[in-house]
Design a protein around this ligand. Structure first.
Ligand SMILES: *[C@@H]1O[C@H](CO)[C@@H](O)[C@H](O)[C@H]1NC(C)=O
Ligand SMILES: *[C@@H]1O[C@H](CO)[C@@H](O)[C@H](O)[C@H]1NC(C)=O
Length: 367
C-alpha cells in the first residue's frame, strides 16, 4: 500500500470510528393520536440518522387509528391503569359532546389541561422510570410541548431539551416570540393580519384576558404536581420552563400562518407526516371525479374526534356544489338522519393521497 493510500485509509478509520458519534436522544410523548404519530416520526428520523433514540410515552389512546407497531427505536411505555383509562375516555367524550353542542371552547380546553395534570401525577408516581431516565446519559431530549408535563419531566431529570409543538405558534407569548398585536391576530379572535381600529382593540382585550385569566389558571393546575415532586427552594414555574428549551420546533409552515416575527430559537418544520401521494381507490376516484370542476372537500376533525353531533353540518354540507368526504364513523351515524347526497362518510380517509400536492385548507385551532 502506498503511503498516500495508507493515510487515506487511516483518515477513513478516524472518521468512521472516532469522529462520528450518534447522540443519545430521549423523545417524550404524553398525548396520543396525531401527537404520538409525530413523535414516532421524529424518533424514526433521528434513529435512522445514526442516533440512539429512546421514547417515553404515556397516554390513553382516544382514537383507534394508532396501532401498536414495531418501532426501530427503544420504547418505554408508562403504566396506565384500567380505571384511569375508562375515566379519561368518559371525561373526554363528555367534554367533546358538550363542545359540539355549543359549550365554549375555553371550558373544553380547561378540561383537557385538567386531564393532563391528573395524568402528570400518575407519570411522576412511576419513580423507577423517572429515576432510570435521570441516570441515563441522554445528550438531548425532544418533547411534545403541548402537554406541560413534559417540561416538568425535563426539569426533574435535568436534561437539555428541544420543544416540539404540534401546531402553529399559538403559544408565541410563552416562548418569547414577539407578537405585535397591531398585525398578529391573537388566538381565537378570528381576526386576520389586516385589522381596523376596533378589531385591534378586540385583539388587545382578548390578549390581556388570556394572559390574566387563562394562562394563570392553566399553570395553577400543575401546582399540586410541582408541590409534591420538587423540593422546597427549587420549585419551578411552567413559564420559566418554557423558556429553558434549547430550540422550539413548530409543525407549521409560513404558507398557513399570518406574517409573524420569529427568533433564531424557533424553526418551522411542517408536514413531517406527509408522504408522496399514492393512487386512491377506484371507488373514491369515481366519487371525486363526479364533482368535476367544483372540486371536492375533506371534512375531518383530527384523530381524536371521530364522531359528533351531525344534523346542522349535514344540512350545511348539502348546500355545497362540491363533493364532500367526511371522516365519520359510519356505525355512529344516526339512522333517522338522511345523509346529504353529495357527502360520503368514511371511517378513515387516505388524506395524504387525496390532498396530494394540491393542498388548500382551512385550519381552525380550537380555543
Ligand atoms: C370534562 O372534563 C372534566 C375534567 O377532566 C371532568 O371533570 C368532567 O366530568 C368532564 N365533563 C363531562 C361532561 O364529562
Ligand atoms: C401513586 O402510587 C401509590 C402507590 O403505588 C398509590 O397509592 C397512589 O394512588 C398513586 N397516585 C396516583 C396519583 O396515581
Amino acid at each position: 500500500m502506498s503511503a498516500e493510500r495508507k493515510i487515506f485509509v487511516l483518515c477513513l478509520l478516524v472518521q468512521q470510528f472516532l469522529l462520528l458519534r450518534g447522540a443519545k436522544i430521549l423523545t417524550v410523548s404524553f398525548v396520543g393520536g396525531s401527537h404520538y404519530m409525530l413523535m414516532d416520526k421524529i424518533s424514526r428520523i433521528l434513529q435512522s440518522n445514526g442516533h440512539e433514540v429512546k421514547m417515553f410515552s404515556h397516554f390513553v389512546d382516544l382514537s383507534s387509528d394508532v396501532k401498536n407497531q414495531d418501532v426501530p427505536y427503544s420504547h418505554i411505555v408508562g403504566k396506565t391503569e384500567e380505571k384511569y383509562v375508562q375515566e379519561t375516555l368518559r371525561s373526554f367524550r363528555g367534554n367533546i359532546t358538550e363542545f359540539f353542542s355549543g359549550r365554549d371552547s375555553l371550558h373544553f380546553n380547561f378540561a383537557i389541561v385538567d386531564q393532563m395534570s391528573h395524568q402528570c401525577k400518575m407519570i411522576f408516581n412511576q419513580s423507577s422510570i423517572i429515576n432510570s431516565l435521570k441516570v441515563e446519559a441522554f445528550d438531548i431530549a425532544v418533547i411534545d410541548a403541548s402537554n406541560p408535563c413534559t417540561f416538568l419531566l425535563m426539569e426533574k431529570i435535568g436534561k437539555p431539551f428541544i420543544a416540539f409543538f404540534p401546531t402553529y405558534s399559538v403559544n408565541a407569548g410563552q416562548v418569547g416570540i414577539p407578537s405585535p398585536l397591531s398585525y398578529v391576530p391573537f388566538l381565537g379572535t378570528r381576526l386576520t393580519d389586516q385589522m381596523d381600529f376596533f378589531q385591534r382593540v378586540k385583539n388587545v382585550l382578548v390578549y390581556l384576558l388570556f394572559h390574566m385569566a387563562v394562562n394563570e389558571k392553566i399553570s395553577s393546575m400543575f401546582n399540586d404536581v410541582i408541590e409534591e415532586n420538587f423540593p422546597e427552594g427549587s420549585k419551578p414555574s411552567l413559564s420559566e420552563l418554557y423558556k429553558k428549551a434549547e430550540l422550539w420546533i413548530y409543525n407549521s409552515d409560513f404558507a398557513i400562518d399570518f406574517p409573524h416575527p420569529l427568533l433564531p430559537h424557533v424553526i418551522y418544520a411542517g408536514g413531517l407526516l406527509s408522504e408522496a401521494p399514492m393512487h386512491v381507490s377506484p371507488e373514491l376516484e369515481d366519487f371525486i371525479s363526479e364533482s368535476g370542476q367544483a372540486g371536492f372537500i375533506i371534512v375531518c376533525f383530527g384523530s381524536m374526534i371521530p364522531s359528533y353531533p351531525v344534523i346542522e353540518m349535514n344540512e350545511g354540507l348539502a348546500k355545497l356544489s362540491q363533493k364532500v368526504i367526511w371522516r365519520y364513523k359510519q356505525s355512529d351515524w344516526p339512522k333517522e338522519v338522511k345523509l346529504a347526497p353529495n357527502v360520503k362518510l368514511m371511517d378513515w380517509i387516505p388524506q395524504n393521497d387525496l390532498l396530494g400536492e394540491n393542498l388548500h385548507f382551512i385550519y381552525y385551532y380550537v380555543i
